[in-house]
Design a protein around this ligand. Structure first.
Ligand SMILES: Nc1ncnc2c1ncn2[C@@H]1O[C@H](COP(=O)(O)OP(=O)(O)OP(=O)(O)O)[C@@H](O)[C@H]1O
Length: 701
């Protein structure tokens, strides 16, 4: 009989059901709590790490440092400086005049009155406020306050009673002993260490030189003048045009290195072009790169308590407490005019216009078309023309030899002093310098410069038409790619802001273009509205100014500026390292980087850097040490400093030590890495042979 299946027995205990759901509920609540706790913990951790992170964020909106900046009325600063009297005048720089002042509370300050409002002034002012205003370090001069009234721009700094290193080094009866020199080198290095490694994002000073190193009452050095500084924003650059070029130059470097003669080769064959490189920065277009850091300032989340108040132009208007930036306009600094909220003082910004009335300034002389010409440009296109010491010598000769440079005779008559092609010519400042200024004592620039330089440019144009055309095609290709959607944000950005600027300042541009003299300015390039060829397009200021007009990085000081920066490249930490290298040599030697003496016998010492390299090659670096020190210095320290400087002066930025290493080396915590010989200034030996063969051939003819 089939067994009947019993139905499933009913649950003997119906109260089990609520028990199960209770357990389920408990588990759910517990796990929810756990997740909530984890989230809270994560958020707390995030907050904690943000608050306690070791780096100083100069642009951290939570930072109260900027809030501490005091806004002064013009009247107040006027009375503090006794109406900006000459007796209170303590210095004059490229961008303004500095006065000593005593505030109402008795505090001694240095008041820097920036020269009349221009784009350049405004940018430097904003830079000082936004970068230096947020930095606090014992190695950096403190910015205490500012004043904005109409077109007046003033900055109030802590007073540095022992003035600048420049004055200390070059004072006649300088009691500048070795201990102090070494301390100053260490202090400047620490200042850069702070900027490069302890700030987030890192800050690049961009203009390290003796006059920007100020000394406090205890002769401790502090870095000042952040008008040209930049904030490094990692990863903002998109496609890196520069590094592509750098790759190329690296290949060249390698080939040079391989083909360069071994140690012991006569110096003449691989001597210096540092000076050329520095000067190259002042007029190179080939090395001009689209500036990739113009946006740096605006990329930061500045959330200062600011108002925009400019009723005169198209600048953005913004409300208090908001970031004032205009990315559409390429994020250029001048679209971000910040006026600090202060009930006491006027908040109107009357800075209106780009000062387009800029003199063309170049370094040239009657011989320059030839002298500067081929040799000068050699390094810019690697086209094979030899660049050697000759042109430096010739150039210096032209400054010294009366037959070559009649201007010099005049100068000499009026003064028997040494001729110093000093480092104090800031490339960006040259732009605004007129001829009269150039003829100031100590600045041996020839007078009729426009015409001569024009010739050189025309020569260059002829010689390099092919190359320019290639470059133009390359740019066009990039543009086409842009249009097709291939993202080249920087290029496009630069292009856009160029056109916008042209529109904005259309009137001024028009005026310049109408100038039959084809003025050259570092940012605008050559203007020739009648020129239509590809090559002339470059020099007409179209392509050239497209690159340069948008760049805010046409910066640096002659002889201190890093060659790769060239005024238009990236301003990276290693550019500061290069300048530090020059500064170290200047401190150790007590000489200017380019010190041209009337005696031709001392010509080889004219260029400090190349002289130092020569000494290094002959194993006699201590000859460079300032004679005024006699034998009262530490030979080990001096030789360490000089070798360290040489390491900093390497052409390839990558090969230079970083600032952390430099500080360690100076403190004796790390050995100086073996110093590679710097062959880059020499042309590849192949070219040397070519040239010598050509020369021989020429002689035979
Ligand atoms: N805080 C300060 N305390 C004392 N002296 C100062 C101070 N700031 C500047 N000076 C003096 O004023 C001079 C001019 O300084 P400024 O920064 O205007 O120009 P610079 O650095 O010499 O040139 P440039 O602006 O072209 O780089 C300095 O060399 C220094 O002697």
């Amino acid at each position: 009989m089939p067994s009947r299946q019993k139905p499933f027995p009913p649950n003997p205990n119906p109260s089990n059901r609520p028990k199960t759901s209770l357990i389920f509920l408990t588990i759910t609540i517990f796990s929810s709590l756990l997740i909530l706790f984890a989230i809270v913990y994560f958020l707390y951790y995030l907050w904690y790490s943000l608050i306690h992170r070791s780096r100083t964020n100069p642009f951290d909106s939570t930072s109260s440092s900027l809030v501490k900046l005091q806004r002064f009325c013009y009247r107040e600063l006027k009375s503090a400086t006794n109406e900006f009297s000459n007796s209170n005048l303590i210095g004059k720089g490229g961008s303004g005049t500095v006065f000593r002042g005593i505030l109402r509370d008795g505090k001694l300050v240095a008041v820097k009155m920036l020269d009349s409002s221009s784009l350049q002034t405004e940018r430097e002012f904003q830079n000082e406020l936004q970068i230096l205003g947020s930095l606090r370090s014992p190695f950096v001069v403190s910015l205490l306050g500012f004043c904005v009234e109409k077109s007046k721009r003033l900055l109030v700094f802590e007073y540095m009673p022992n003035r600048s290193l420049q004055e200390l080094i070059f004072a006649d009866n300088s009691n500048f002993n070795w201990g102090r020199r070494f301390e100053i080198i260490l202090d400047v290095s620490r200042a850069l260490q702070f900027l490069h490694l302890e700030c987030d994002p890192p800050v690049i000073h961009g203009d390290v030189k003796p006059s920007n190193v100020l000394l406090d009452s205890e002769h401790r050095a502090k870095l000042s003048d952040f008008g040209l500084s930049r904030v490094k924003i990692e990863g903002e650059f998109g496609i890196d045009l520069f590094s592509q070029d750098l790759g190329k130059s690296q290949e060249l470097w390698k080939s040079q290195e391989l083909e360069s003669p071994a140690i012991g080769t006569p110096v003449e064959s691989r001597n210096e072009v540092d000076f050329a490189l520095a000067l190259q920065a002042s007029s190179s277009s080939k090395n001009s790169r689209v500036s990739h850091n113009v946006k740096a300032l605006n990329l930061n989340s500045f959330t200062y308590n600011v108002n925009i108040a400019n009723e005169n132009d198209n600048r953005n208007r913004n409300t208090k407490g908001k970031e004032v930036s205009n990315l559409e306009n390429g994020g250029e600094y001048w679209n971000k005019v910040v006026i600090y909220d202060d009930d006491l003082c006027s908040t109107n910004d009357h800075s209106k216009e780009l000062n387009s009335n800029v003199a063309s300034v170049v370094v040239d002389d009657s011989m320059s078309a030839k002298q500067w010409g081929r040799d000068w440009w050699w390094r810019q296109d690697d086209s094979g023309e030899l660049c050697s010491k000759d042109y430096v010598t010739e150039w210096i000769g032209s400054q010294i030899c009366p037959s070559v440079n009649p201007d010099w005779v005049e100068e000499k008559k009026s003064s028997n002093e040494n001729t110093n092609m000093d480092n104090l010519t800031r490339l960006d400042k040259l732009e605004g310098v007129n001829e009269t200024e150039l003829q100031e004592p100590g600045m041996e620039y020839p007078k009729k410069i426009h015409k001569k330089h024009r010739k050189m440019q025309e020569w260059w144009k002829e010689e390099h038409l092919d190359e320019i055309s290639k470059k133009t095609n390359k740019l066009r290709k990039i543009e086409t790619k842009c249009k097709k959607g291939f993202r080249m944000p920087r290029f496009d950005l630069i292009r856009r802001c160029h056109f916008r600027r042209r529109r904005r300042f259309g009137q001024q541009n028009h005026n310049n273009e109408g100038d039959p003299n084809m003025e050259f300015s570092f940012r605008r390039g050559w203007k020739n509205k009648n020129a239509h060829s590809v090559g002339s397009e470059m020099w007409s200021g179209d392509l050239f100014s497209r690159e340069l007009s948008s760049t805010t990085s046409m910066r640096g000081t002659l002889c201190y500026v890093a060659p790769e920066y060239g005024g238009c490249g990236y301003l990276m930490e290693k550019a500061d390292i290069y300048s530090l290298g020059v500064l170290i040599l200047v401190i150790v030697s007590g000489r200017r980087p380019l010190h041209v003496l009337s005696s031709p016998m001392k010509l080889e010492k004219a260029n400090l850097i190349s002289w130092c390299r020569q000494l290094a090659q002959s194993g006699n670096v201590l000859e460079l040490v300032d004679e005024r020190l006699k034998d009262e210095y530490s030979k080990d320290q001096a030789s360490l400093c000089i070798n360290l400087a040489l390491a900093c002066l390497q052409k390839m930025p990558e090969l230079r030590p970083d600032i952390g290493e430099i500080v360690k080396i100076l403190k004796g915590e790390m050995d100086l890495p073996p110093l590679p010989f710097e062959f880059s200034p020499s042309p590849p030996s192949k070219l040397l042979h070519c040239r010598s063969r050509r020369k021989q051939k020429g002689n035979a003819d």
